[in-house]
Design a protein around this ligand. Structure first.
Ligand code: IPE
Ligand code: IPE
Ligand code: MG
Length: 243
């Protein structure tokens, strides 16, 4: 019966545990990131093949800039390499890539590689891939408030006209709400990932480092999601009204 139940429309993946994966093998953290990237490619194909329409990936948080310079530089170079390398296959897959996050202090080569990927995939119809890079949920809210305040200051909008819809139109991307967030590695926290969009998301915390997270683990996660009872604050569909 499971496969009769709904698939999540929008999935978030907090790809965590690359460093620990490498450490357990006596390898440098950079190799963990490389393995994570390899695994991601496989997983992405699987998710879109399974019919997921929107995927948001946490690739690099605003706070990750506080890591040591060597690791930050390695990750930035890895992003540039991957965006160039995967541009063609993402285009063929039909996935439209968008980014969420702040521009500064990203280096120009990183920003350019991001924009090239966005431009090359903009016609994609199969699904949307939202890559959160230099992303923080609290900063997204700050940036949204600034955008709206500017519209008010410029008299394009009245304060009373600020609604939930206006707030959502001023986030980084216009995407459906997150249904399901998977954080690998066993950590049970959001670490500033899409805190607005995840208001009613279901969370899943497998004890698996991201480089080891297989397609079958993803399928297991989906089964778990399909067995949850999402109520959105309402009565259960089959429950009797309180007397
Ligand atoms: C996630 O893996 C990747 C990024 C944050 C860029 P980590 O690097 O956080 O790996 P752990 O959590 O130290 O194992
Ligand atoms: C969250 O993981 C960011 C990404 C996966 C990109 P972190 O490893 O940075 O989060 P904390 O430090 O454990 O909260
Ligand atoms: Mg981590």
């Amino acid at each position: 019966m499971e496969n009769c139940k709904q698939l999540p429309k929008h999935i978030g993946i907090i790809m965590d545990g690359n460093g620990r994966w490498a450490k357990e093998r006596g390898l440098p953290r950079s190799l963990g990131h490389q393995e994570g990237a390899k695994n991601l490619k496989k997983l992405l194909y699987h998710m879109y093949e399974r019919g997921i329409q929107y995927v948001s990936l946490y690739a690099f948080s605003t706070e990750n800039f506080e890591r040591n310079q060597k690791e930050v530089d390695f990750l930035m170079d890895l992003f540039v390499t991957l965006f160039h390398k995967e541009l063609k296959s993402l285009k063929e897959l039909g996935v439209k890539v968008v980014f969420s996050g702040r521009k500064a202090p990203l280096k120009e080569k990183v920003w350019n590689a991001m924009m090239e990927l966005v431009d090359a995939t903009k016609e994609g119809q199969k699904g949307v891939l939202n890559i959160c890079l230099n992303y923080g949920g609290q900063y997204e809210i700050v940036d949204m408030v600034q955008k709206i305040a500017r519209q008010v200051q410029e008299k394009q909008l009245k304060i009373e006209e600020i609604t939930k819809e206006v707030v959502e139109q001023n986030l980084y991307q216009q995407l459906p709400p997150l249904d399901f967030v998977i954080r690998t590695s066993g950590e049970r926290r959001t670490s500033n990932f899409m805190i607005y969009q995840a208001a009613y998301a279901e969370y899943y915390f497998p004890n698996i480092y991201f480089p080891d997270f297989q397609d079958s683990d993803f399928d297991e996660a989906i089964l778990d999601f399909q067995n949850r009872n999402r109520r959105f604050g309402k009565n259960e569909a089959d429950s009797r009204q309180a007397e």
